[in-house]
Ligand binder design. Sequence first.
Ligand SMILES: [Zn+2]
Length: 116
Amino acid sequence: MSLKYSNKINKIRTFALVLIFGGIIIMYLGLFFQTSPILMSLFMLLGFLAIIGSTVVYFWIGMLSSRAVHVVCPNCEKQTKMLGKVDACMFCNEPLTLDKSLEGKEFDESYNHNKS
Ligand SMILES: [Zn+2]
């Protein structure tokens, strides 16, 4: 388990970016199989699907962002978006919570790390 907590929207965005690059790399790998049209079209199809998938993920982020709560981070004082009851600041990964009862519970360890 990693101690570092990061913003959910940022995480999904990174995933979509990885998917796009993955798709491009898979399509590029397909070029090495030019002797086998079946294998090459298989790679092209997989790469294409990955890129389509990332588009879907980007749509999903857009939908999530519109529902996300805007809060001002107490640490860096920038406006950030958070999903769910607990999330981290998009800029400094400061743990944030909307639920007062969870404050200081969920992120005890990572919080201490940030303060060092
Ligand atoms: Zn912050």
